[in-house]
Ligand binder design. Structure first.
Ligand code: PLP
Length: 330
């Protein structure tokens, strides 16, 4: 019997202008493991009996470091990301052997040791090797921090020209099935399936609804709509990750005098919005110009999206110093 049933039929192919996912990741040679800088080879010798590899209980974060105009480097909202990592661990009762402060410090060390002035940091907490049953309370908890180079997640043009999304046939996890507030390894099967389906159907990204049909989030991003100048994003009680970029954008929008509502959004409200955009550490602030073949607004990045995107990039790159509390100098 064949493992693969061949190429899927009816694939319209990838949008040739926006490619992602094919290149090998360029990672730093030094990683951080349980409080120490070690060589990449150490990770290569990680046991195949790592519990997380089999059953998916693990937690991670995604954090960006930006090179500033003055030549220095800052990590954006580092402390907030590591606090969320601790919360993800709490949800699944994993107790890392290191403290939040040590992980925060570890992120700085990994960038310095790899001489990276810009990049993406991936703290990862796993249940290590030991017992192989589903219940393995005594296996060691391992904490790693990896760094790699990552440009615009959805392609450089996506930030200006916007992307095309598909409302996924996959629903976001019901809140009693998984922990929406946790950034947990195994839960990402849902994101991978939705993203894969969207790409194979010729779109750039998936937008998932919850089991009741309300708009939830992208495969790795939160969703905002703009209608008559008012922003709406699903509330934290929805099946969404409490995105740090989401919270950043809510703060910036209110500072700009805009009204932001945290309310459930229906699929038709998404289609009828003047503007739609996605937020996330990887995707930053990405305009959505089409959903399920419906053009959104003018079919181009909207004015509200452009303003908030500009403000976001000015802050993360140190050109706008209105939120020094969000930036940690490397
Ligand atoms: C499912 C999901 N939703 C939303 C987000 C956006 O979160 P943040 O802005 O904290 O990166 C992410 C990315 O981490 C994600 O994976």
């Amino acid at each position: 019997m064949l493992w693969s049933r061949g190429a899927p039929r009816g694939v319209r192919g990838e949008n040739p202008t926006i490619r992602e996912g094919s290149a090998m990741t360029e990672h730093g040679d030094k990683i951080w493991k349980n409080g120490e800088i070690v060589d990449w080879k150490v990770a290569g010798s990680t046991s195949l009996l790592t519990h997380t590899l089999h059953y998916g209980v693990g937690a991670f974060e995604g954090i960006r470091a930006y090179r500033r105009g003055d030549g220095n480097t800052s990590i954006f909202r580092l402390q907030d990301h590591i606090v969320r990592l601790a919360e993800s661990c709490h949800l699944v009762m994993m107790k890392p052997r290191v403290t939040v402060e040590q992980i925060v410090d570890g992120c700085l060390q990994v960038l310095r040791e790899n001489s990276m002035s810009e990049g993406y940091l991936r703290p990862l907490v796993t249940i290590g090797a030991g017992a192989m049953g589903v219940y393995a309370p005594n296996n060691p908890i391992e904490t790693y921090i990896i760094a790699w180079k990552w440009g615009a997640y959805l392609g450089a043009e996506a930030l200006d020209r916007g992307i095309r999304c598909k409302v996924s046939s996959f629903s976001r996890h019901h809140i009693n099935v998984a922990f929406a507030k946790g950034k947990l390894v195994g839960q990402y099967i849902n994101s991978v399936m939705a993203k894969q389906e969207a790409k194979l159907d010729g779109f750039d990204e998936a937008i998932l609804t919850d089991v009741n049909g309300y708009v939830s989030e992208g495969s790795g991003e939160n969703v905002f709509i703009v209608k008559k100048g008012v922003l709406t994003t699903p509330p934290l009680s929805a099946s969404i990750l409490a995105g740090i970029t989401r919270e950043t954008i809510i703060t910036l929008a209110r500072e700009e005098g805009l009204t932001v509502k945290e309310e459930y959004i229906t699929r038709d409200e998404l289609y009828l919005a003047d503007e739609v955009f996605l937020t996330g550490t990887a995707a930053e602030v990405t305009p959505v110009v089409e959903v399920d073949h419906r053009v959104i607004g003018t079919g181009q990045r909207g004015e509200v999206t452009r303003r908030l995107q500009a403000r976001y990039f000015d802050i993360v790159k140190g050109k706008d110093d209105s939120h020094p509390e969000w930036l940690t100098r490397v």
